[in-house]
Design a protein around this ligand. Structure first.
Ligand SMILES: Nc1ncnc2c1ncn2[C@@H]1O[C@H](COP(=O)(O)OP(=O)(O)O)[C@@H](O)[C@H]1O
Ligand SMILES: O=c1ccn([C@@H]2O[C@H](COP(=O)(O)OP(=O)(O)O)[C@@H](O)[C@H]2O)c(=O)[nH]1
Length: 281
């Protein structure tokens, strides 16, 4: 279903391009015919006899030219379905296949994404949380605001996170991108779509009971300022109130694959990798 949706976007883009180019091709053909006709009229065209013959010949030449341009435009359109597009500004606009990896804190998003990137070389992994923690190191007022929000388990304004994700995706050089821990609310989702210009292809939803998550977070041992019981409770609340609606939104679009992550890492991975394998090449 998700593939069908993305496939239809790519096809419609290719079709639009083909129609634009076909229009050009037909115009080129007509122009060629008219030019050929005037050339024939303006020279002594003994070889072509009367004006009807001239028009027929010019028409045939015009059709041949249109056919040539049409063929070229179809080839260009099919290439457009698989290669980056040039933006009006001349910059390359690369359309990634984006997979949002969502689930409660500690559900195993980072663990599974790391495994995926070591197996699939055309897949990049960006953790929104990691990008934000890196941003904190900038020491800027915005970085300090992000630090406070993470400490309190709050969701950072979408514009900040989307800016970081967009830069990371554009410099990744990979066709497929796992976006881990984002979008966390409806605003995140809407701003991503607006700024990046397209939506995700698929959502992997890692489902795990709260008591299991709590235990994992308290023994994560990565020195994170938010892995303490007080902030963990706030993060659970934010997840239920703000992040679950995002999953419901994509579920209604048929894009969600729900995975039970209260299992050994290997068992989860064997399921998760199948979804990534199924993404179009
Ligand atoms: N299936 C699993 N079973 C037990 N522990 C796990 C499992 N997956 C991840 N963990 C551990 O739980 C903690 C949280 O996992 P992590 O991948 O960081 O979650 P998230 O990125 O969703 O917050 C880590 O210490 C990780 O090693
Ligand atoms: O898109 C995002 C991702 C993360 N965060 C913040 O970063 C924290 C840690 O998120 P991460 O995904 O790293 O960890 P998780 O909560 O899944 O363990 C969150 O509680 C938020 O405060 C955010 O605001 N927006």
């Amino acid at each position: 279903m998700a593939q069908g949706f993305r496939g239809s976007i790519i096809l419609s883009q290719a079709l639009a391009r083909a129609l634009r180019l076909n229009d050009l091709a037909l115009k080129a053909g007509a122009e060629y015919a008219s030019r050929y006709q005037s050339t024939l009229s303006s020279t002594e065209s003994h070889a072509f006899g009367d004006s009807w013959t001239r028009w027929r010949t010019a028409g045939a030449m015009g059709l041949a030219a249109a056919g040539f341009f049409l063929g070229a435009s179809c080839a260009a359109a099919s290439a457009a379905a698989t290669t980056p597009e040039k933006e009006e500004s001349g910059a390359q606009k690369v359309i990634h296949q984006v997979v949002f990896v969502l689930g409660g804190p500690g559900s195993g998003k980072g663990t599974q994404c790391e495994r995926l990137t070591s197996e699939f070389k055309d897949v990049a992994h960006f953790s929104a949380g990691d990008l934000l923690r890196e941003h904190v190191k900038s020491g800027t007022p915005e970085g300090n605001m992000v630090a406070d929000m993470i400490k309190n388990g709050q969701i950072v304004p979408a514009e900040v996170t989307v800016g970081l994700l967009k830069d990371a995706m554009e410099s990744s050089g990979k066709a497929k991108v796992l976006v881990d821990g984002f979008p966390r609310n409806d605003s995140n989702r809407e701003v991503f779509q607006k700024v990046v210009g397209y939506d995700c292809q698929l959502v992997l939803y890692f489902d795990c009971p709260e008591e299991v998550l709590e235990h994992r977070l308290l023994s994560r041992n990565q020195g994170r300022v938010d892995d303490n019981i007080e902030t963990i409770k706030k993060r659970f609340k934010v997840f239920l109130e703000q992040s679950l609606p995002v999953i419901q939104h994509y579920s209604a679009l048929g894009k969600v694959r729900k995975i039970d992550t209260n299992r050994p890492v290997e068992d989860i991975y064997s399921e998760v990798r199948e979804y990534i394998k199924q993404l179009p090449k």
